[in-house]
Design a protein around this ligand. Structure first.
Ligand code: SAM
Ligand code: SF4
Length: 348
């Protein structure tokens, strides 16, 4: 199969590829974390992520569960020790637990994580934990049922709240709520959402809306909320102390004295933390995306299907792709070319 994907060429490559310490890109960044999308489909249609009318990928373009497993195996053999499953909504993929059960037993994997909209967690929280999922992120943008529906277009708040409770009954190492704050939608809910997390001893992260694909509902530049402002709102009520937790990438965490929860700010728009980016993404059509805000990619599906079962060929392609990882993204900057793909196709 020939690749239709944009594949950028490497420029000014220093020594990249694998070393005894793992996958290294040409800027010296070590990639030890992948986000694997298991579906582009979802039972919600969040306004910042999808358009109202969505066309999803035909089945033959989507990696099988076995192919997704092979990708995960290749990356772990190359030193990746952390995998986050995402989508789309990972829990709508049929038979997804058979994949997650296998991933939980992968040699070399230290952390298996999942990001979900929470709508089906009541059913899945227990088997996910049993499969070895260490931590779970649950999206929650509003505590008001009407507004929740407006933002998700179809979601029911009560299902998500029940899902959060079900997750709390399991012994996950951490649970984090994710909230995208948008002007005119939910910018008056920063404190209520923070308090909801504090009362339940779960973490919460505020995510700046990223310009991926055109959202049919609104003009993103007019709704995006700078996390410096979100932080000020929380600081007006609570003392925020920088947390010692360091995570490579765009999240910064704070603690409130005497509280369990961590308050995170994921600020890819207002703050550029690309210099310590440690991650890449694999879309459900097998496109290895080297950067969230750029189109540089490698077609792994072609290798999976044309050189079936050849793990070495797959690993070589991944090593080669490290040369394509761009230095940084340029969200909302002058001349920024916005990727056409929406977040559900990217694997958030
Ligand atoms: N369906 C799952 C969920 O909603 O958590 C997983 C996939 S979703 C694409 C992953 C995360 O990306 C969610 O927390 C969502 O809020 C976030 N997200 C989606 N579109 C975004 C955008 N344009 N900017 C910032 N975050 C976005
Ligand atoms: Fe679905 Fe998650 Fe995108 Fe919302 S953010 S539409 S829940 S994939």
């Amino acid at each position: 199969m020939s690749s239709n994907f944009n594949t950028a060429t490497s420029a000014g490559a220093a020594s990249t590829g694998t070393t005894s310490t793992g996958l290294i890109d040409k800027f010296g960044r070590r990639v030890d974390y992948i986000r694997l999308s298991v579906t582009d489909r979802c039972d919600f249609r969040c306004v910042y992520c999808m358009t109202e009318e969505m066309t999803f990928l035909p089945r033959d373009q989507v990696l099988s569960l076995e192919e997704i497993y092979q990708v995960a195996q290749a990356f772990t053999e190359l030193g990746v020790n952390k995998i986050r499953l995402t989508g789309g909504e990972p829990l709508v993929r049929s038979n997804v637990m058979s994949l997650i059960n296998r991933l939980g037993k992968l040699d070399g994997l230290k952390e298996l994580l999942l990001t979900t909209n929470g709508a089906q967690l009541e059913k899945y929280a227990e088997p996910l934990r049993a499969a070895g999922v260490n931590r779970i992120n649950i999206s929650l943008d509003s505590l008001d049922a009407e507004r929740f529906r407006r933002i998700s277009r179809v979601g029911k708040l009560e299902n998500v709240l029940a899902g959060i409770e079900a997750a709390r009954q399991q012994n996950f190492e951490r649970i984090r709520l994710n909230a995208v704050i948008m002007k005119g939608y939910n910018d008056d809910e920063v404190l209520p959402l923070t308090e909801f997390a504090l009362e339940r001893d779960v973490d919460i992260a505020f995510i700046e809306e990223m310009p991926l694909g055109s959202a049919s509902d609104h003009d993103r530049e007019s709704t995006v909320c700078n996390n410096d402002w979100v932080r000020e709102v929380i600081s007006s009520r609570y003392e925020l102390l920088p947390s010692t937790t360091t995570t490579a990438g765009p999240s910064r965490y704070f603690k409130i004295p005497g509280r369990e929860s961590r308050i995170g700010f994921i600020s890819p728009v207002s703050h550029n933390f690309c210099s310590d980016c440690n991650r890449v993404r694999v879309t459900v059509e097998g496109r290895l995306l080297l950067c969230l805000g750029n189109e540089h990619s490698m077609d792994l599906r072609a290798i999976l299907r044309e050189q079936k079962g050849d793990m070495e060929a797959l690993k070589q392609a991944i090593v080669k792709a490290m040369d394509l990882k761009p230095e940084r993204h340029h969200f909302y900057e002058k001349d920024y070319i916005q990727p056409i793909r929406l977040m559900n196709m990217t694997g958030g």
